[in-house]
Every structure is written in structure tokens, then in C-alpha cells.
Design a protein around this ligand. Structure first.
Ligand code: MTE
Ligand code: MOS
Length: 728
């Protein structure tokens, strides 16, 4: 379909686009909230004394359940035991933010400090886990023990801060007849409604949640918007005045969960020709203090340890560690990136041990027609991987640049270049099968103008743009006759989170369903006025559920995904051997977006997703200190990719003739997959490091910060010196 700009593109850049906090002006007698936060990572709350401060919210004020946990009820809103540094134990409301902040500082809290677990290793040692271990087994992994190449290793994988530009925000106010309305920057208005109702102890029909748009979310507002909406709602319930909760950046970074850091331990067996015989992979995620979405995140990591490769035998285990940190949560890719980085690590290790080209080893292990994943799903369209691979190698001039890179390295002592190509396969659907449903309400007014309501939220990803295009195409009317409305729980009930990249697939199909009903009803009439006079209903509800998916959560086998998104990336880097710094010289991306509903939106998602992945894998380093404080709690210490990290040459292309007949208008999901194309940057960096030594495997933790690159260079140089000594 047509390449058009994001529906709010102008408003985004001129500042006209409103976000939740911009609605404050509608509430003249607004109260502001500030948390009383714990100075300990782990402690018992002995006593809270308000010390004369008015409007302090504590557990005593909760009429319903004192809990905001999404999956399990394991997140007390006002805890007796604090589980991470700066966890709120009470909230203070006041007429100004400054007064609320001063009030929070005056509240006296007595704590009994307790020992804190702050690393995955400590959690494993203490057997501190948030759930039972998960396991997927396929085939005879004992075969590994007799393969010609057998090796084991460990990979540390860092987390990631969402750094959405709009921090967490909610405004709650009472309506005129006993209900409450919450404006929330949430990816999941229905769940926010659920949690608000739970905390207030009222039925869902008294709670309305609206999300006008988000200034970015990236998974960080899939469940973690809920506690802040609940605090605002509780404050409004108690005081009968509107209440605003909005976190400044440092507080947002201290209080909210991040991408899960992981530790992977693996064992792999290969044939001499580079074909994988089997793997044993143990994944440990740092879940933080509560379960949150850690269950499905680690399951997705376990599903994605194959990336695009057949694992003939596999034993994959997953454990979620409980640590005294923020509760780690959804983040673009949802565990997929942490799974895929492990197999890419293994492929590169194998190639360099066998003395084969890493791209050759990767290619030899691709899924082929008829192959089945380690979790039992037959891979649909596996041939696309080879098609994409061959095409990208040609368009990126991979082979000639390989030679040029080698020549460059032979003639440069203090800088080295690296080149790598990596594949990407990402499963589309919520792994929780029931979540793969969506609703829509399409309204035609008598003047012929149209309002489209659907269950998805807009966070910058362009969902509303795509929905508008789908409705315009289906109803055969110009886009400017259509308004896509803000997301409200009283328009479309019982919605799923806007997540898993599936929002156009699901909501778009629901909107299409409603539009097709309306079109059929209008067909006998010359115009809308005539249909109205004939008493034809001019509004319709649409619904969609993804067909044919189901899997067994106990064994983690079945068909969790409706289809796969495919892609590949070539990256070329140059590293500085004195500093470990790197420059990204050129990137070529080729992604299968099916038949794109909105090519400009998809291009933006691919560029943005890639850059976010690049940040995760190279410069974004989350550090916690020995007290459990997030040491990197602002843009000054937490480095984000920006202009200077953009590749000097950045080519993005879509796979052509790729329409998927099983998805709306032949399109494919695009929100998360491109993040994992950035794995090519990590592998290119490793390739450059390898050029500093005699060959052989290169250990590189993630993120590959300049420090880590520098250390890795020293390691391969030691290997080179040792080898030289042997020869002489
Ligand atoms: N793009 C922008 N600009 N902002 C975001 O917050 N979130 C990502 C992705 N792209 C995000 C984004 C994540 S984590 C997901 S799951 C998808 O968008 C969700 O939207 P979709 O289902 O419409 O692709
Ligand atoms: Mo995206 S991590 O599924 O919100």
C-alpha cells in the first residue's frame, strides 16, 4: 500500500501532539504525587510515621487489594518488605509537585535492613528463583559428547533501559456517578483497568482507562504503567480530587524494570563441516524482585535460541532469578534477543575453532523445507532465509568487501575492520495463545465521516497510521474521512496489550472485519443517507482471533507462532586498538515485511529497531552498585545511541514478492524483529577483534563497550604472542 508519513508526524515534531501529562491543564484542582522511597535494596518496613504530613497514601487507604502484580499477585503497592532500592513504601499528595516532594522527605520510615541478592550468580548460589525451572528437550543431546568439535562457554548478556522519551504518567479523576477515569500512558489499558479495579475493590465497569498516545514504550509500559495508574486512582478515590503521577527521569530509571540481563551457559557439538549436531543451553534471567512478565520472556528466549538454525538435538533450560532489583520486564524482542545472541555466539565460536568462515557455518545450519523447531513447530517458508541471505550478500557486495576488509587489516596495525552477516527469524504471536484476539468498533456518521476504534495503543510505532490505511482501503474512502480514536476501555473491552509486534495483524484484522460488514450493508444503497433512512445500522463491531496456534505451556512444545518474520543484516565496523572504540561504517538490512501496509512506517521501525538493538549490544550499559542502586540512572551515565552511532552508510530494503496470505493484506509484523538485526554489529566487532590475533575464538561479553573491546583485543594479542613464542 501507499508510503505515507506517521499520522502524527507533524504534531510530533512541532510539539502539538499531546501526551498524558499534557492533559493536566484540564484538571484545575489537581494533586501531585511523590513517592517515599526506600534507601535499602532489601529491608523490612518496621514503622511509617507521617510526621504531620497531610495526604500520605499507605496500605491503610487501600479499599481493595494492596497489589498491582500483573501475572501473579506478588507486587504489593505498599510493601511491608522492600525488595529493591528506592521502592516506594508510601506516596504523598500535595497541591504542587514541590510540596509533595517535601512532604515525602518529611515522612519518617523505620527499616530493618536485610541482606540483598544483586547478581544472577548470587541468586543461583542461593537458589533464589521466581518460578520453577523450564525445560525443552529434543533428540539425543548425548551425541554432542562424540562430535569432532565440542566446546562449552558462558556468555553474560546485559539488560537495557527503555528510555522512552515520555516517562511513566497517569492522571486519575472521579466521574459524575461513582466511577473513575484514568488517563494512562499504558500499552495495556485493559490490564490497567483491571489493576485499578483490584486496588479500589470495585467492578471493572466503574473504571475507564484511556491512552491518548505514548511517547515511546518499547515494552516498558506493558505492565509497568499499572502501579502508577493505581496510585493516581487511589489518590483520587481518597481525596475526591484529580491526582497526577508522573516520574521524572531519574525516578523512572530507579523504579521501573528493564530488559532482563541474562547469563547463558552452553555446550555445543559440531561436525567438521560446520554443521551443528546439538546444544545444551542453560539460560538464567535476572527477573528482579517480582515475577512480572519474566515467565513469557524466558520462554520466548528459549524458543529463540535457534534463531534461524536447525538444532538437531537440544536441551534448553530456563531459570528466572529473583534479585533485589527493579522487576525486569518486556522490552522489544521480549527475551528473543537474549536467546538469539547465544546461538550467534555459538556459531561464531564454532566457525573460528574450525577455521571456517562464520557466514558459511551460519548458512550451513539454516532451516530447510520440512524442518521442525526444537519446540515442535514446522518452520513455514524456511526458504526465505536463503533467499534473503543470497540477495543481501549480493546487494551488500559481501564477498568483495570481505577481501577489502582483509586487505585493510593486513596493512593497518592500529585499526582493524570487521565484517559480518547474521540472519534473523522471529516468531509472531503472543505465546499466551488466548491473548491473540482483538476487537474494533467502526462508526459511520450520516455525513459519511468515519471513526475507527480498536484495542491497540499508539506509542510511535505507527499502528494508528496503518489502521487508518486499512480502513480507508476497506471502505474505499479517502484517509481524511477517517479518524482513528484514542484507545479507551469503554469503546473496546477486554483487549490485549499492544505488544508482540502483532497489533496490526490483530487489530487491523478486527477493523477489516467491521469495515467489510459495513460495506456489505451499504452495498444495496446509493449513499449513506439512503441506508440510514432504510434503518440500516451504520456501525459495526469487528473481531479477530489468530487461527491455528496452540502449544503446551508445560512442555513448551507445539505451535506458539502464527508465522515468522525473517531478515538478515550485514555490518562493517572499524575498531581502534588503542581505545577499543568502534565506528559503524556501513549497514545493509534486508527484511521480510510481507506486503507492507505502510512502507514508510515499516522503514522507520526497521531503522529505529536496529539502532535500539545496536545500543543494547554496544554502548548501553546498566550498572548497579554494591547497595543495589542503579548507578546509571540518567542520560549522563547511561549512554544511548544517537547521531554519532548512526552507520555512515545505512541501506534498508524489504524482501520483494513476499506477501503472506495468512496475515492482513499480506503484511508481516515489523515492530520488534529489526532489533535483532543489530546482532550483525556485535559479530562484526568480534571479526575485527579476531583480526588482531592469530585466529581462534574471541570471547566478548555483551554489551561490547569500548572497554570490553579493548580487553578482548588484549586477550587475542596474548594468544598471538604465545603462538609466536611457540613457533620461534
Ligand atoms: N516503535 C516506537 N516508535 N515506539 C515504541 O514504543 N515499541 C516496540 C515496537 N516499535 C515501540 C516501537 C515494541 S516493544 C513493540 S511490541 C511494537 O512496537 C508494538 O507495536 P506493534 O504491535 O504495532 O508493532
Ligand atoms: Mo513489545 S516488548 O512486545 O511491548
Amino acid at each position: 500500500m501507499k508510503a505515507i508519513p506517521h499520522e502524527s508526524a507533524n504534531a510530533h515534531v512541532t510539539g502539538a501532539a499531546l501526551y498524558t501529562d499534557d492533559l493536566c491543564g484540564r484538571f484545575p484542582d489537581l494533586l501531585h504525587a511523590w513517592p517515599v522511597t526506600s534507601p535499602h535494596a532489601h529491608a523490612r518496613v518496621v514503622r511509617i510515621s507521617t510526621n504531620g504530613v497531610p495526604n500520605v497514601l499507605t496500605a491503610a487507604d487501600v479499599p481493595g487489594e494492596n497489589d498491582s502484580g500483573s501475572v501473579q499477585h506478588d507486587e504489593p503497592l505498599f510493601p511491608d518488605e522492600v525488595m529493591y532500592h528506592q521502592q516506594p513504601v508510601a506516596w504523598v499528595l500535595a497541591d504542587t509537585l514541590e510540596a509533595a516532594r517535601a512532604g515525602a522527605a518529611a515522612v519518617r520510615v523505620e527499616y530493618e535492613p536485610l541482606p540483598a541478592i544483586l547478581t544472577i550468580e548470587d541468586a543461583i548460589a542461593a537458589e533464589s528463583f521466581l518460578a520453577k525451572p523450564l525445560n525443552i528437550t529434543r533428540g539425543e543431546t548425548s551425541l554432542i559428547d562424540s562430535t569432532p568439535l565440542r566446546f562449552s562457554g558462558e556468555l553474560k548478556i546485559g539488560g537495557q533501559e527503555h528510555f522512552y522519551l515520555e516517562t511513566q504518567c497517569a492522571i486519575a479523576s472521579l466521574d459524575e456517578n461513582g466511577g473513575i477515569v484514568v488517563q494512562s500512558s499504558t500499552q495495556h489499558p485493559t490490564e490497567t483497568q483491571d489493576i485499578v479495579a483490584r486496588v479500589l475493590g470495585i467492578p471493572w465497569n466503574r473504571v475507564t482507562v484511556e491512552c491518548i498516545r505514548m511517547g515511546g514504550a518499547f515494552g516498558g509500559k506493558e505492565v509497568q504503567a499499572n502501579p502508577f495508574a493505581a496510585v493516581a486512582a487511589l489518590g483520587a478515590w481518597k481525596t475526591k480530587r484529580p491526582v497526577r503521577v508522573r516520574l521524572p527521569r531519574a525516578l523512572d530509571m530507579a523504579l521501573t524494570g528493564k530488559r532482563h540481563p541474562f547469563l547463558a551457559r552452553y555446550e555445543a557439538g559440531f561436525r567438521r563441516d560446520g554443521r551443528l549436531e546439538g546444544v545444551r543451553i542453560a539460560l538464567y534471567s535476572d527477573g528482579g524482585w517480582s515475577l512480572d512478565l519474566s515467565g513469557p520472556v524466558i520462554a520466548r528466549a528459549m524458543f529463540h535460541v535457534d534463531n534461524a538454525y536447525l538444532l538437531p538435538a537440544a536441551e534448553i533450560t530456563g531459570q528466572i532469578c529473583r534479585t533485589h532489583k527493579t522487576s525486569q520486564t518486556a522490552f522489544r524482542g521480549f527475551g528473543g534477543p537474549q536467546g538469539m545472541i547465544v546461538i550467534e555466539e555459538i556459531m561464531d565460536q564454532a566457525a573460528r575453532r574450525l577455521g571456517l568462515a562464520p557466514d558459511l557455518v551460519r548458512e550451513r545450519n539454516f532451516y530447510r523445507e520440512g524442518d521442525v523447531t526444537h519446540y515442535g513447530q514446522t518452520v513455514k517458508h524456511p526458504g526465505r532465509m536463503q533467499t534473503i541471505w543470497d540477495q543481501l550478500k549480493t546487494t551488500s557486495s559481501f564477498e568483495s568487501r570481505r577481501e577489502a576488509t582483509n586487505a585493510f587489516n593486513a596493512s593497518h596495525r592500529h585499526t582493524k575492520r570487521g565484517l559480518a552477516i547474521t540472519p534473523m527469524k522471529f516468531g509472531i504471536s503472543f505465546t499466551a495463545t488466548f491473548m491473540n484476539q482483538a476487537g474494533a468498533l467502526v462508526i459511520i456518521y450520516r455525513d459519511g465521516s468515519v471513526q475507527v476504534n480498536h484495542g491497540g495503543t499508539e506509542m510511535g510505532q505507527g499502528l494508528h497510521t496503518k489502521i487508518g490505511q486499512i480502513a480507508s482501503d476497506a471502505l474505499e474512502i479517502p484517509l481524511d474521512r477517517i479518524r482513528v480514536m484514542p484507545t479507551r476501555t469503554d469503546k473496546i473491552p477486554n483487549t490485549s496489550a499492544t505488544a508482540a509486534s502483532a497489533s496490526t495483524d490483530l487489530n487491523g484484522a478486527a477493523v477489516l472485519d467491521a469495515c467489510m460488514q459495513l460495506k456489505a450493508r451499504l452495498a444495496p444503497f446509493p449513499d449513506i443517507a439512503a441506508a440510514y433512512r432504510a434503518r440500516v445500522p451504520l456501525f459495526a463491531q469487528g473481531f479477530y482471533r489468530t487461527p491455528g496456534i496452540a502449544y503446551d505451556p508445560a512442555t513448551l512444545t507445539g505451535k506458539p507462532f502464527h508465522y515468522y518474520a525473517w531478515g538478515a543484516a550485514v555490518s562493517e565496523v572499524e575498531i581502534d586498538l588503542f581505545t577499543g572504540d568502534f565506528r559503524l561504517l556501513r549497514v545493509d538490512l534486508l527484511e521480510d515485511v510481507g506486503s507492507s501496509v505502510s512502507p514508510l512506517i515499516d522503514r522507520g521501525q526497521i531503522e529505529g529497531g536496529f539502532m535500539q538493538g545496536l545500543g543494547w549490544l554496544t554502548i548501553e550499559e546498566l550498572l548497579w552498585d554494591a547497595q543495589g542502586r542503579v548507578a546509571t540512572n540518567g542520560a549522563s551515565t547511561y549512554k544511548l545511541p544517537s547521531w554519532s552511532e548512526l552507520p555512515e552508510i545505512f541501506n534498508v530494503a524489504f524482501l520483494e514478492r513476499a506477501a503472506d496470505p495468512d496475515v492482513i493484506f499480506g503484511s508481516k509484523a515489523v515492530g520488534e524483529p529489526p532489533l535483532m538485526l543489530a546482532l550483525s554489529v556485535r559479530e562484526a566487532i568480534r571479526d575485527a577483534i579476531a583480526a588482531c590475533g592469530p585466529g581462534g575464538p574471541v570471547a566478548l561479553p555483551s554489551p561490547a563497550t569500548p572497554e570490553q573491546i579493548f580487553f578482548a583485543i588484549q586477550q587475542v594479542r596474548v594468544a598471538e604472542i604465545a603462538e609466536a613464542a611457540l613457533i620461534s
